[in-house]
Design a protein around this ligand. Structure first.
Ligand SMILES: Nc1ncnc2c1ncn2[C@@H]1O[C@H](COP(=O)(O)OP(=O)(O)OP(=O)(O)O)[C@@H](O)[C@H]1O
Ligand SMILES: O=P(O)(O)OC[C@H]1O[C@H](OP(=O)(O)OP(=O)(O)O)[C@H](O)[C@@H]1O
Length: 566
């Protein structure tokens, strides 16, 4: 027997437990003073209830009970409160102001780190109220709660989903295109959003058929709008001519109420990219970011239609934040505002072009091309962190770097929570499936006989996704390099690997049997850094401007110069 806690779970000892208790009491007292009453929700929820809300956060613990119901340990409390409001509280006239402190169970944030799987959420839900005053109450209370928890430095990125929903509804676009746009929004993938909204591109012929170009252009521009009241004006100027500005008047009124409350406006940043990973929100959405942390403190929004999914129509809004995140953000340390921008720079094949691009974007790259054995190069205003390209996503997602550069292949493989900001167009290569020349019959025979083929790769996630799409059974052999060796030595029948010139395949008598995807280098940022540090947006723009004029080789075999990955 191993005498340890399960992965991602831990004991909390007295000193920390006392601090947690004090913060919890202070925050719950604040909620109580505003008329919120306590509720508790069950640890387990029927999976179908969680799924009724749309996208659910990954929950690591799902199982069938003795009655055959599929249950999950709650990954979120809002869905449960909406269910409660639509069932046992359905007859209560309301408005209902509910507060809670609950443990939630989540899959660790990334493959790169085995994080906590049990976290403490504190939050409120207000059922039965709507309009700007109700929205301002919730956002203002969120700000006060974080301050009460000891978080001094944070910003609240606030938006409304109303204009995006209206643009999508009126765009005339096929459902598949709308779903792809929402996915790009949810993933904070500006590069993919730009690709999808380039509806004149023949490559999108089927997916975007019938999409009105003016709506596509507005959908592309909207998430780039951020600022104060001027940002609301800009969103109105963009969407009103298309009849999609509904909801912005209320949003502006909410902003005014927050501004009148003083503290609110100092913290609030209007940012139309601030779409949460949940898609049940119908009006305001917001998330709190600390410049000290790589992941948000918490988030919330208005979800008027969620209760309807459970059979009762009732407007609702709320928020929740993580106690553990608030305590980490409140910890002492250097004020990050004054620190240099930390950029993860790939060594290897992408290094020289990355340095040229950063120099063209105006950064001081002195010493970066020849750092010797140094792994960090510090110049005025910027620290370069020299990483293996496949590690760049982890450094940025976990907040050790503010932003970075690596191939789209490395991003797809790591699937990190980052904001993909620019296609830098260098490092063009393509992923292919290859096998020894003349082996086709033997591979087909093996598949007939055994029902699967062995595929060697350095990219198991990309490979698994490709075969899931094509419906072929494979056994993945994970290698770290010289993948071409696998079929030559009998370790596997095929490989999934990068090719650029095709020389390596040719010299090892391998031929391409399928195309998987194309890849170019990307500039990407930590979501918190992106929303708290303006230098990142400026750098992304400068890098994109440079990429637009630079003369890079296109993705081999692609008609689009430096074209995007699929
Ligand atoms: N032959 C190639 N031509 C063009 N681009 C390439 C080629 N091979 C790789 N790339 C691109 O350059 C990136 C870095 O490649 P490099 O060979 O430096 O990485 P690596 O040594 O394999 O590092 P890691 O093991 O961290 O992935 C790849 O992720 C891909 O985006
Ligand atoms: O089509 P080509 O221009 O010949 O390029 C293809 C080669 O480049 C990459 O290897 P890399 O240099 O990254 O080494 P690795 O095998 O160690 O990953 C890839 O894995 C191929 O081996």
């Amino acid at each position: 027997m191993s005498i340890v806690t399960p992965s991602g779970f831990r004991d909390v000892l007295a000193e920390e437990a006392a601090a947690r208790e004090a913060i919890t009491r202070a925050v719950q007292d604040l909620f109580a003073s505003r008329g919120y009453v306590p509720v508790e929700t069950p640890t387990l929820e029927v999976m179908g209830v969680l799924e009724a809300g749309g996208r659910v956060p990954a929950t690591p613990f799902k199982f069938f009970d003795s009655r055959g119901d599929l249950l999950a340990m709650r990954p979120d409390v809002t869905l449960q409160v909406a269910r409660m409001g639509a069932t046992r509280l359905a007859a209560e006239p309301g408005p209902l102001r509910l507060r809670y402190t609950q443990r939630v169970f989540r899959e660790a944030d990334s493959d790169a780190r085995e994080g906590a799987r049990e976290l403490t959420q504190m939050g409120v839900e207000c059922l039965g109220e709507e309009g700007p005053a109700a929205d301002a109450e919730i956002i203002g209370l969120f700000s006060e709660a974080l301050a009460t928890a000891g978080v001094e430095e944070f910003s609240l990125a606030v938006a409304t989903v109303a204009p995006l929903r209206a643009l999508l509804d009126r765009s005339g676009a096929p459902e598949a295109w709308k779903a792809a746009v929402l996915d790009a929004y949810h993933a904070s993938n500006f590069v993919e959003l730009d690709r999808l909204t380039d509806v004149a591109d023949p490559a999108l012929a089927g997916l975007a058929a019938g999409t009105a170009p003016a709506y596509a252009a507005a959908i592309r521009a909207l998430p780039r709008i951020r600022g104060g009241r001027d940002a609301i004006e800009a969103a109105r100027a963009l969407t009103a001519p298309l009849g999609c500005a509904g909801g912005l008047d209320d949003f502006e009124r909410t902003y005014e109420l927050l501004a009148a409350a003083g503290d609110g406006a100092r913290r609030v940043l209007v940012d139309f990219s601030a779409m949460s990973s949940f898609d049940y929100y119908t009006g305001i959405v917001f998330a709190a970011y600390s410049p000290r942390l790589g992941t948000p403190l918490g988030s919330g929004g208005r979800y008027d239609r969620l209760a309807a999914a459970f059979g009762a129509d009732r407007p609702a809004a709320g928020f929740a934040f993580y106690l553990e995140q608030a305590m980490a953000a409140a910890a002492d340390g250097d004020a990050p505002a004054a620190r240099p921008l930390r950029v993860a720079v790939p060594k290897g094949a992408l290094n020289a072009d990355a340095i040229d691009a950063l120099a063209a974007a105006g950064l001081d790259v002195t010493g970066l091309a020849d750092p010797g054995r140094a792994l960090v190069v510090s110049n005025p205003g910027v620290d370069y962190i020299i990483v293996r390209p496949s590690d760049a996503p982890a450094f940025v997602a976990l907040g050790a770097a503010d932003c970075g550069i690596c191939g789209k292949d490395s991003l797809l493989e790591a699937a990190p929570d980052v904001v993909e900001l620019a296609d830098l167009r260098f490092g063009a290569c393509r992923f292919v499936v290859a096998e020894p020349v003349g082996a086709a019959e033997a591979v087909a025979e093996r598949y007939r006989r055994l029902g699967s083929i062995r595929v060697a790769t350095k990219y198991p996630r990309i490979t698994r996704a490709h075969y899931a799409r094509t419906g072929v059974q494979v056994e993945i052999v994970y290698l770290h390099g010289n993948i071409e060796l696998a079929p030559l030595t009998g370790l596997a029948e095929r490989i999934v690997d990068i090719t650029a010139t095709g020389t390596t395949l040719r010299e090892n008598s391998l031929e391409v049997v399928e195309e998987v995807l194309g890849s170019t280098a990307r500039f990407f940022a930590n979501p918190c850094a992106f929303r708290t540090d303006d230098r990142i947006t400026a750098l992304a723009q400068a890098l994109a401007d440079h990429a637009a004029t630079a003369d890079y080789a296109p993705i081999p075999g692609s008609s689009q110069p430096g074209g995007p990955a699929s």
